[in-house]
Design a protein around this ligand. Structure first.
Ligand code: HEM
Length: 294
């Protein structure tokens, strides 16, 4: 299968998109000029040399910040592939051995990567002047999922571990976005989550992490001046991704927990299951909007 924009071979279609999957223009542009070797610190050959230098000459702990600073010119879809394919070496700890907790943070990112990529595949082309309908589906999906998940988290053991969780809720902002853009909400699909702390942390990881992607999308919209192109564009939900970075603090708190292997597994399984829930909801929104029975 080939990309319909640049002709690159080996494009993997997303299950919910029978048509050939479209690369982001920036990916196509970059790939035309370089090989498709996987990214790592030694050979990121499909990233322009200037950017590579900036990215990988930093101390490991600062590579992500360097990426964020230089990423303005790239699309969010490309960025998510780039950041997930980087191997960032964590600084050596000088304190107690944090092996279990550190591996939980890494497990969350690494083991949910396929589920995250499947979800991203539902929104290819959103950061494009022609992508308004895709952004609308993105909002409706998030609205349904946040209205289902946030109250569950607020009533779980997470509320004791992280009392600020209720103040982190974004479902109100999503309701405002839908009202401002005259979008019809989707009834949230069924979803069950055990209320214990490991499951709740896994779910909260997905919700809090999604702010990072939202931040990139928000900046990309600004860069493309989409508010001048899309009449009545509302971005309250995306704008909340611009708040001071709570995600790292949350990850640090996870690192402070000692979990048994069973609890760690429950946490990672919950995160993967929440990603799957978002993807099922995205498919349901698409089916509704296209008038297809599910
Ligand atoms: C088209 C939509 C999306 C794009 C383009 C996108 C993009 C990104 C990017 C670029 C990052 C890395 C940011 C950084 O490291 O600073 C990221 C992280 C993350 N995103 Fe997304 N995202 C999207 C949708 C979502 C959604 C809907 C969810 C969850 C429901 C989500 C969950 C996460 C999580 C959990 C992380 C943190 C990964 C980690 O470092 O452990 N994303 N996303």
């Amino acid at each position: 299968m080939r990309c319909e924009r640049c002709g690159s071979a080996g494009v993997r279609p997303h299950p919910s998109h029978p048509a050939p999957w479209r690369h982001e223009p920036s990916i196509c542009r970059l790939r035309r000029g370089g090989s498709r070797r996987p990214l790592d610190n030694a050979g990121a050959t499909h990233v322009p040399a200037k950017m590579r230098q900036g990215l990988f000459s930093e101390a490991p702990g600062r590579q992500i910040e360097a990426l964020q600073m230089q990423a303005e010119a790239l699309s969010p879809t490309y960025l998510v592939k780039l950041t997930r394919s980087m191997t960032v070496t964590a600084p050596r700890s000088t304190g107690a051995d944090p092996t279990l907790a550190t591996s939980l943070r890494h497990r969350l990112r690494d083991e949910t990567r396929p589920a995250h990529e499947a979800l991203d595949g539902c929104f290819v082309g959103m950061d494009d002047p022609a992508g308004r309908a895709t952004y609308e589906r993105f909002l409706v999906m998030n609205h349904a999922c946040h209205w289902r998940l946030e109250p569950m988290l607020e009533q779980s053991e997470l509320a004791t571990f992280l009392p600020e969780i209720a103040a982190r809720a974004r479902r109100g902002a999503l309701s405002e976005d839908l009202a401002a853009m005259r979008l019809t909400p989707l009834e949230p699909l069924a979803f069950a989550l055990p209320p214990d702390l490991p499951h709740a942390i896994g779910a909260a990881y997905v919700l809090e992490g999604s702010r990072l992607g939202g931040r990139f999308i928000h900046r990309r919209f600004k860069q493309l001046r989409l508010s001048e192109v899309w009449t009545g564009l509302s971005q309250r939900f995306l704008a909340l991704g611009e708040e001071p970075d709570f995600f790292r603090a949350f990850m640090t708190r996870i690192d402070s927990l000692t979990m048994s292997p069973t609890q760690s597994n429950a946490c990672v399984e919950a995160a993967a299951s929440v990603f799957g829930y978002f993807t099922r909801t995205a498919d349901a929104v698409r089916a509704r909007d296209e008038g297809v029975a599910t």
